[in-house]
Design a protein around this ligand. Structure first.
Ligand code: UD2
Length: 350
């Protein structure tokens, strides 16, 4: 082969090798950058997964082999309504199976925050409230009581169940019982805004001049839960003691109204109770600026809120009775009740 041809052949081989080298390098570079991209995705993905894990699954799961009474389509309470016209259940004895309910919820790892206020002479109600709650209230489930008082030093020592704990918070005393009662809305609004959001799944806000006599458990949990007031459960709506003066933000016109709800117990998801307490606090503030106070204070504002923001679950008067009232045939079990008190003696003002 002549020298010139050899040279051309040599140059062609070299160019070929160079070209395939470039091709190889660009291929591996692409592979590398793909791998890097994948790695980056993996670094960001766990954050997404984490957010998903935080969303607790509140579905009701049953286990194979768990036996309970067969539910009936035909047999149930016929003496009381157990559902509202907007299809929220009304909880009465005989409408749920407590063993099944406990089993369904025990897999959820839920915490129920529970607030109670005891200022001035109302600290005397704490012992019975807490001791009776420990016997009947969410037994076996995680409960975190938040107790607001102007006298932390007199809070009684009560032995709490394994999963129950108590936090005491000092708040300033007030001269009017009406302000103490209404002032709860602002504190609850703040508590449900951020502090409790990652700690509790549900919250209940309870009066302290009360006592538990029977089971209060997971059947009461829901998005927004209201309790029917024991005085008025069989009254026509125009006899409810709603605020009737149009000047007040709590005003409900004649002809409107579903039920009369008590402010002694309400609850639900944190965000729902936050909205409720924020609205009531705002409405109370507008009234105060106009020197008007709703007839039943926070309870009037609560009723206004719940009329236009329907609760998802209602608790029958079994969940708030009055010690001084005679039992009726519809209320088969008294679970929680207002104790008798001498208002003039316990309140800071009359
Ligand atoms: C009703 C409501 C109550 C509230 C009030 C407003 C029922 C059963 N209860 O109860 O929830 O809406 O009307 O008019 O419908 N407190 C103190 N120290 C005081 C005064 C009050 O700690 O000196 C707290 C305590 O937690 C008490 C709550 O405020 O349980 C409500 O006060 P109340 O029970 O005297 O009000 P009452 O019985 O009129």
């Amino acid at each position: 082969m002549p020298l010139r041809q050899n040279l051309i052949f040599f140059i062609l081989v070299m160019v070929g090798m160079l070209f395939s080298g470039v091709l190889y390098l660009s291929y591996t570079f692409n592979q590398d950058s793909c791998r890097k991209q994948q790695q980056q995705q993996q670094l960001t993905e766990p954050a997404t997964v984490k957010t998903e894990v935080k969303q607790k699954n509140l579905g009701l799961r049953s286990s194979p082999g768990f036996v309970y009474s067969q539910p009936s389509v035909l047999v149930g309470r016929t003496d009381v309504a157990s559902v509202t016209p907007w299809l929220a259940p009304i909880i009465w004895e005989g409408t749920f199976d407590p063993i099944l309910m406990d089993s369904l919820h025990s897999q959820q790892n839920i915490t129920i925050a529970t607030t109670v206020f005891a200022l001035g002479k109302y600290t005397r109600f704490l012992k019975d409230f807490l001791e009776s709650a420990e016997q009947h209230y969410f037994v076996g489930f995680q409960v975190h009581y938040y107790l607001f008082t102007d006298q932390p030093e007199v809070v009684p020592e009560v032995k709490l169940g394994d999963k129950h704990r108590l936090t005491v918070r000092k708040v300033p005393g007030l001269n009017r019982w009406q302000d103490i009662s209404m002032g709860r809305m602002k504190i609850l609004e703040e508590l449900t805004k951020s502090e409790l959001v990652n700690e509790a799944d549900y919250i209940f806000c309870l009066d302290v001049d009360t006592k538990f006599y029977g089971h209060w458990g997971v059947e009461t949990l829901g998005r927004l839960v209201a309790v029917i007031h024991p005085w008025f459960y069989d009254f026509p709506r125009d006899k409810f003691t709603y605020e009737r003066r149009p000047e007040s933000q709590a005003f409900i016109p004649a002809g409107e109204g579903d039920y009369y709800y008590t402010a002694a117990a309400f609850g639900g998801f944190l965000n729902e109770v936050h909205e409720l307490t924020k609205t009531c606090r705002e409405q109370q503030g507008i009234d105060a600026a106009k020197s008007i106070e709703a007839i039943w204070h926070d309870e009037s504002h609560l009723n206004k809120y719940l009329l236009y923001n329907k609760p998802s679950k209602l608790l029958s008067p079994e969940y708030l009775w009055r010690d001084i009232s005679a039992k009726t045939s519809q209320v088969r079990v008294i679970r929680f009740s207002h104790v008798a008190k001498n208002n003039a003696e316990v309140r800071p003002n009359s």
